[in-house]
Design a binder for this molecule. Structure first.
Ligand SMILES: Cc1cc2nc3c(=O)[nH]c(=O)nc-3n(C[C@H](O)[C@H](O)[C@H](O)COP(=O)(O)O)c2cc1C
Length: 165
């Protein structure tokens, strides 16, 4: 093993989710690799959002978020949602994001994701320079036949073969 605190971070592997939020007549989407199921019963998902993100303000105000885990066909969406802010552009105006309405929250979800959830914020706390939103899962969906997008070394990948053991 090689000792290098900065480089070591690049070797972690995550998924990428598209976090949707809605306030008044505005909707937004941002990419997030820092998301995790955080309780079995009740079913909860925690997401970590930088305070400077447009999404932070919108999730805080609405008390809700949608989370759509990217399939490996959605690299372009993860790139757009993660490299542009609602402060500079309406990401939905690109017409790249196909959405469907949620049943329990106002923010829509993203079509062709591997799975997607509607969440209500139960609590929020600070973790260093990010806010953790603990979301109670109200509804869930999955895309049959979709494969996850994998984020590794700052690049998007397909998932590999199953390991037998
Ligand atoms: C692959 C990827 C993963 C990201 N993960 C996170 C994350 O977990 N949390 C976060 O706050 N920002 C994350 N970002 C950055 C935000 O998506 C980015 O700042 C975005 O422009 C915020 O948009 P908004 O200002 O419209 O909310 C990620 C970006 C990329 C490209």
């Amino acid at each position: 093993m090689i000792k290098d605190i900065e480089k070591a971070q690049e070797f972690s592997t995550t998924t990428v989710a598209l976090i949707t939020s809605s306030v008044d007549d505005k909707i937004n989407v941002m990419s997030a690799e820092w998301t995790i199921r955080s309780s079995i019963e009740p079913y909860m998902i925690t997401i970590f959002v930088g305070y400077e993100r447009g999404s932070y303000e919108m999730i805080r105000k609405s008390g809700e978020f949608g989370i759509s885990y990217c399939s490996d066909r959605q690299g372009e969406l993860a790139h757009i949602a993660g490299n542009h802010s609602i402060r500079d552009m309406d990401k939905f105006a690109t017409e790249k994001f196909k959405i469907f309405p949620s049943s329990r929250i106002r923010a829509p979800l993203i079509e062709n994701a591997i799975c997607a959830f509607e969440c209500r914020v139960e609590s929020e706390f600070r973790v260093g320079d990010h806010a953790a939103f603990n979301g109670l899962v109200l509804e869930g969906y999955y895309g049959e036949g979709e494969k996850p997008l994998v984020f590794h070394g700052g690049k998007f990948h397909h998932i590999g073969d199953r390991i037998k053991h």
